[in-house]
Design a protein around this ligand. Structure first.
Ligand code: ADP
Ligand code: MG
Length: 305
């Protein structure tokens, strides 16, 4: 059954064969622990600012991300997706709560250890491609390893370069590449060090549809072929459909998950979640059981009172 048939040919992932565990396709279910987590957040809270202007971006979030899987994080603008990813990746320090990444508690780590852990255990792909303009594609790909004075595993480098399809572009500088090619370089850079997790924040936000499929196909096959763990923030149902599991965020909470998503069911879920918001804000539905009555609207900021 071609779960990803709508992704159209070129990089359609072969992953729907025999996957163990939490992979029943279906609608929204409660989010809970996984058998082999690569990242676990417990009661993760992030408050920006103080007093009158304080904003609670994450409100006691529990999140469980499976090792060797592709997890997408969705939610309305302002729901806390980027903040969650930045906290999980050690880029932002939480206000309170715990984060265990690949077996290590990172929320209380010294900056120095955290910097090292980020270098060695985490790959990043951002919406803005973040390549160094003066370096070639190859130099950009190996830059994090060079900075960390780690040896480049040439076999893995070759596998990654072939996976991203950039063999004949390695000596080009970013200005000589298309946006899609630049983002594929960024994917290769994230994958080449065999990090415990690759985090991607809206990695296809600036790409056309063909380049989008290529980048998602790369992330998908890194999971299927290298056993990579990938966490991707996106607001596009089409992108989320490439993941194994989608977590839905609203008002700084993980409110639900969906396994083996497809685009239509993700769109349905987003509509359902928005409808729940609508009911609640019209005063019809009342508060969700897991949310305080004072929770704010589904989009925008949530001010402390
Ligand atoms: P998303 O990625 O889902 O759009 P964000 O995580 O960027 O949401 O933001 C969640 C909330 O936190 C928003 O209300 C946003 O305005 C606020 N926020 C995010 N970053 C900061 C910051 N550096 N300073 C103050 N508020 C922030
Ligand atoms: Mg964001």
């Amino acid at each position: 059954m071609p779960v990803h048939a709508h992704n159209g040919g070129a990089q359609t992932p072969p992953y729907q064969n025999a996957r163990p565990g939490r992979c029943e396709p279906g609608g929204l279910t409660a989010h809970g622990p996984v058998a082999d987590p690569v990242v676990t957040a417990r009661a993760l809270t992030k408050v920006f600012g103080r007093g009158e202007s304080a904003v609670t971006a994450l409100d006691a979030v529990d999140a469980h991300l499976a090792r060797g899987r592709f997890t997408a994080i969705m939610g309305p603008s302002g729901s806390g997706k980027s903040t969650l990813m930045h906290c999980l990746a050690g880029l932002e320090s939480p206000t309170s709560g715990s984060i265990v990444l690949d077996g290590e508690e990172i929320s209380s780590m010294s900056r120095r250890r955290l910097t090292r852990l980020r270098r060695e255990n985490i790959g990043f792909v951002f919406q803005a491609f973040n390549l160094v303009p003066s370096l070639t594609a190859e130099e950009n790909i190996t830059l994090p390893l060079d900075i960390a004075r780690r040896k480049v595993d040439r076999d893995h480098f070759d596998r990654v370069v072939d996976a991203v399809g950039l063999r004949d572009r390695l000596s080009h500088r970013p200005a000589e590449l298309s946006g899609g090619q630049v983002q594929r370089v960024a994917c290769a850079r994230a994958l080449v060090g065999k990090p415990a997790v690759v985090f991607a924040d809206e990695p296809t936000g600036n790409l056309d549809s063909q380049a989008t499929r290529q980048v998602l196909g790369i992330l998908r096959s890194s999971v299927d072929e290298f056993g990579q763990s990938v966490v991707m923030v996106t607001h596009e149902a089409e992108a989320a459909a490439w993941a194994d599991t989608v977590l839905f965020l609203r008002d700084g909470h993980v409110v639900a998950e969906m396994n083996q998503p497809d685009q239509d069911r993700v769109l349905d879920a987003l509509r359902d979640l928005a409808a729940q918001d609508g009911a609640r804000f019209d005063g019809v539905g009342g508060p969700e059981p897991d949310e305080p009555a004072s929770a704010g609207p589904g989009t925008g900021t949530r001010e402390h009172r």
